[in-house]
Design a protein around this ligand. Sequence first.
Ligand code: LRH
Length: 466
Amino acid sequence: TAHGSVAAVDLGASGGRVMLGHVGEHELRLETVARFENEPVRTPDGLHWNILELYRRLREGVAEAAIRAPGLLSVGIDSWAVDYGLLRAGTLLGVPYHYRDSRTADGVRDVHAVAGPEELYRHNGLQHLPFNTLFQLAADRRTGLLDVADRVLLLPDLLAYWLTGVQVAERTNASTTGLLDPGGAWNQALMEQLDLDRSLFPTLVSPGDTIGETDAHDEHRIRVTAAGSHDTASAVAAVPAAEESFAYISCGTWSLVGVELDEPVLSEESRAAGFTNELGVDGRIRYLHNVTGLWLLSESVAHWRRSDPTVELSTLLAQAADVPPGRVPVFDTDDERFLPPGDMPTRIAAWLSERDLPVPGTRAEFVRCILESLADAYARTITTAEKLTGRSVPVVHVVGGGSRNTLLCRLTAERTGRPVIAGPVEATATGNVLVQARAAGLIHGGLDELRSLVRRTQNLKTHLPS
Ligand code: LRH
């Protein structure tokens, strides 16, 4: 049977990696080729991504992957959603903004003046998040930047364009713009309503489609394949579920908590509960809620380190595990004050004080408070998803970096009252690899087969509720 290698470029909000996936019918092995930081840069006009640095690292990583795996079959890119570059005549205009930049508030006001939240939900089925692409584009209209642009490329599509010269919009990520209808086509009616030129948006492609070829490694040209270019779409494709019905938590900077469906849920209850209908691999619907994830923890640790460089996350986690149950309160992780970068412990303390709840006294208690609050949000989200979809969910899969956080997995099992299956850690890169490997003919079948391969080959750990 066929064996071969593909390369996954996986860009997260705090770091990127290039991984080789060695794949066959009974083989799925990931090898890290490159890891690099992703540090946003603040300039007077706001918070930006260092996109050229990311592209340089990506090219280096792909060249290294091609050296390590002669005959490399394909490269695919995924990243966080919603962010994009504006172009004119193929040239990038300005430095792409970070979705945590505050300019989006005006964009929300402008869009809602034309189409309110209920109407938008009927159009696109997205959870209201102030950084959804359509709000960012409205902010770019205010500065006049949008008037100059003739193209919008989401970041993985921008990087793929730089590799290949070909401009496309990959569907799973395009579904986070707010400008796609739930069927997966550009929503021309909404674009007209929002005065967005249809020609700004390129042709849609689906995961597995070929985008073009790159010369990133000079020995031979390498095919660039569309992965599920929204990182969460790739992560959900790699959930090692054996069950028909399961919940997943894609746990990284964000925690994306939900279920997989064949049809979107567009009810008013669903909108009010903050559920999104994003497109998944193979036309599935990722019906989920964005829970503010380990960002709360990483920003807290970053804050403490500014005054005390000896602070270590692993030490704090061990101490947090020893905090007695019931000692710390929970807070609402969804509160918008936690979105921008900054001093999280002070914001959490303020949230608690406003409600006369006790403020954690130590860093370890803060960590415990964050993890309890996340686990509580996961449990509430899963219960709500069950109610809104009319299905019951016997098991919870935690994938991504957070699946390594034993305390978080344990608290999630307790608060959901369900077994938690943790892993794979590199779910996003794994999903990216699987889609490319299938397109290259190394493996066959639908999501069930892809998931079964993950289950048979990757390290998983089960946490049972007591
Ligand atoms: C996770 C993620 C999430 C989006 C957010 C912007 O990395 O892609 O699915 O909502 O970033």
